[in-house]
Design a protein around this ligand. Sequence first.
Ligand code: KG4
Ligand code: ZN
Length: 352
Amino acid sequence: MTYSEIAKDKFEKLKNKKDVLILSIESSCDETSVAIVKNGREVLSNIIASQIEIHRRFGGVVPEVASRNHITAISNIFEEALKEANVKKDDLDAIAVTYGAGLMGALLVGVNFAKALAYSLSLPLIAVSHVYGHISANYISHKELVPPFSCLMVSGGHSAILQVDDYCKFRLVGSTVDDAVGECFDKVARVLGLPYPGGPEIDKLAKSGKNEYNFTVSNSLKHTFNFSFSGIKTAVVNFVHNKEQKGETFDKANVACSFQEAVTEELCEKAVRACQEGGTGKLVVAGGVGANSRLKEKLQTACEEKGISFYAPVLRYCTDNAAMIGSAGYYMMKNGLGFAGLDLTAKPNVDL
Ligand code: KG4
Ligand code: ZN
């Protein structure tokens, strides 16, 4: 039998296997991560090598630098993941990998490592979308969570509201018409002179600030579930530049707080309204911006008021990690989806 025939046969048989051990790989941006996940929800290991310190001096991720660092990191991370999980290569049932969206060169490192591993171990390969991974991070943190639910997906690349009807069935309810919200956090942080990545820095600084500047989110999309954040981003950037040009002082913490209040209010109002309309009674947040403490606080309060159950992944599964890819890969396999051949390639853009 050829590799393809063996892999397909194993993939089909996995659907009915009681315990499934998936080794998953994530390399879409600046984190090299390998995890071992049992039955989609139990994380045996989740090793993450972050390149944040490397990219910090450039003020953002440099794609070529990210790819090169993934290459040097991935083999060791793989060995570490097996060791920490106390699992042997022969115990694995499948390899799952992020194939997109993300930086092309960075993704290719993970995809090619996954292909080589799948081929050498005669295991099926499962191609996972990064966004689907972020949503699935919630299955790891909340063992009782099952679809259907509404999801606010907020990261460096996405701002969207999805209706998750089943594990592998989504409907896009709304999305950004311009910038992703994480991008705006990073840009505002940069103009305030805060290090990369800016989101956590704004979150921290805003705690000591007051909401005293009137930064607002455009209300042209008020009655929709779509987002536009480029206006508020530009307003903050112009505000800071004006002050600097005039030699006037301003309180950075107040800027961070005012910006964060406006953005989180917009995200919260639309996500909760979409959840009420969706009628599932469950709202899930996913993606790096889901780590924002003020956003979670607002979502929690609003959901309590409306009788909605609110879910957020624990911090380490909010930002990029391979465990979430292992969880998503498991549910894709159970639904007969994601089986990939050795011709799998990376995709910088993937439809939500
Ligand atoms: O999901 P993620 O790790 O990568 C992408 O798929 O994009 O998200 C990264 C984004 C960055 O823009 C980062 O600044 C933002 O998530 N982020 C936060 C926080 N932690 C990470 N934004 C606001 N508050 C945070 N605490
Ligand atoms: Zn991500």
